[in-house]
Design a protein around this ligand. Structure first.
Ligand SMILES: [Zn+2]
Length: 412
């Protein structure tokens, strides 16, 4: 009995494994010829990435962020100033070309600071919020790599908020609210919040004075406290430049994942010598918040795949509709239906294979495609389509227009 149960669990867990689903749905691959920890997103994986990104960019623009775009490599000098070469070198890809030492970027922060630095900034301009889907590379030991969950090249949904010390608390509250809004859209409604602080016994791991650390940690704790947000403190889990708040999501299987992070930084602005002009006309300190809502996009994709077990809601599904001609005589009509769906912005695909209709339906079910559209003699005559919904069954005989409206209105 016990053996049976274990076998069942094993099967169930592999059903939910993003690597298994990723292959089954043709979303992505990783191979040794390219290099371990490096992800190849296939067309279907790429379309999901684009949907996530489009939503993310729209929401950022609505919430007062400005989008920026920065290079993948930079001079080593930049990373000396930022302190990454002192605190983070073991994870960085260094190279030399034309006598110039360079780095493949492990983080986007120094670039956003450089954009801030291109002109004097007044207190009236603040807060300034720069956001970027920044692709970074970090060396991780081969034994720690795992599918999309831990990789060496990934894209962070990064943003840096530049603000005055007086604005920091309000900005953190805003980011927490925004995080919740974005994560809810992806079907995550349960979270655990952590405050990661400095370990006073290992001062060599952290940049900056103890006094500034105490102050930063106090601001974060007070902000959470004032809003009545329950959290746990994680001693020694802070990043080298400042303390942070992590929002861990709980997925459909009750597993907890670290995705969103909000990091308070008083160090990098000082190292890059950035300031703002106050109402008194003098230069004052500017503070920085580093934040990512999804974290690493590849990792978030893995979490989404496992959360939904590949049954993406219709707005996220790489293919929303599979058009199935019932016999060879209906291929032309099915082709027209497919073209109309595509023209309405529906992600549609046609199965023109000579297989039987029941086989085509089974195949579309395996591919977890939300809607199937059957096109036969009757449908052709009525200029309609027979609609089936994945894991539900027959929806009925509809016009193309009705199906388009149905798909566009489906939020979940
Ligand atoms: Zn940063």
């Amino acid at each position: 009995m016990k053996l049976l149960k274990n076998k069942k669990q094993e099967r169930e867990s592999s059903d939910a494994d993003h690597r298994v689903i990723g292959q089954q749905l043709d979303l992505f691959s990783i191979n040794e010829e390219v290099g371990i920890g490096l992800v190849l997103l296939h067309p279907k994986g790429t379309i999901v990435r684009k949907i996530i990104r489009d939503f993310w960019e729209q929401e950022h623009l609505k919430n007062g962020y400005q989008l920026v775009c920065t290079p993948h490599i930079a001079r080593q000098e930049l990373w000396k100033i930022s302190g990454h070469l002192d605190y983070y070198e073991q994870n960085m890809y260094l190279f030399e070309k034309g006598g110039e030492p360079g780095v493949v970027k492990p983080m986007n922060c120094p670039f956003h600071i450089q954009i801030y630095k291109t002109k004097p900034r007044s207190y009236k301009d603040l807060p300034i919020r720069y956001a970027e889907w920044g692709t970074v590379y970090r060396y991780e030991r081969s034994g720690t790599l795992h599918g999309l969950l831990r990789v060496r090249g990934f894209t962070q949904d990064d943003a840096h908020v530049f603000c005055t010390p007086e604005q920091i608390s309000e900005e953190i509250v805003k980011i927490l609210g925004f995080t919740e809004h974005v994560l809810k859209r992806f079907g995550f409604h349960e979270y655990n919040i952590y405050l990661s602080t400095r370990d006073p016994k290992q001062p060599e791991k952290y940049m900056g004075s103890e006094e500034n650390w105490e102050l930063a940690q106090k601001v974060l704790a007070e902000t959470l406290g004032k809003r009545g947000i329950a959290y746990s403190e994680m001693l020694g889990e802070a990043v080298f430049y400042g303390p942070k708040i992590d929002v861990n999501i709980v997925d459909a299987s009750g597993r907890e994942w670290q995705c969103s992070t909000i990091q308070f930084d008083f160090n990098l602005p000082k190292r890059f010598n950035i300031t703002h002009i106050g109402p008194d006309g003098r230069e004052h300190e500017v503070l920085m918040i580093h934040r990512a809502l999804l974290g690493a996009v590849e990792r978030f994709f893995a979490i989404l795949i496992e959360h939904y077990r590949g049954n993406f809601p219709v707005w996220l599904a790489p293919i929303q509709v599979k058009v199935l001609p019932i016999s060879g005589d209906n291929i032309q009509y099915a082709g027209k239906v497919n073209e109309k769906l595509l023209a309405h912005g529906i992600r549609s695909e046609i199965d023109n294979s000579p297989a039987t209709i029941s086989h085509k339906i089974r195949e579309a079910e395996v591919q977890k495609i939300p809607y199937m559209v059957l096109c036969g003699k009757r449908e052709m005559k009525l200029n309609k389509i027979s609609v089936r919904k994945h894991a539900v069954g027959d929806v009925g005989l509809l016009t193309i227009k009705v199906l388009v409206i149905k798909i566009k209105n489906e939020r979940g």
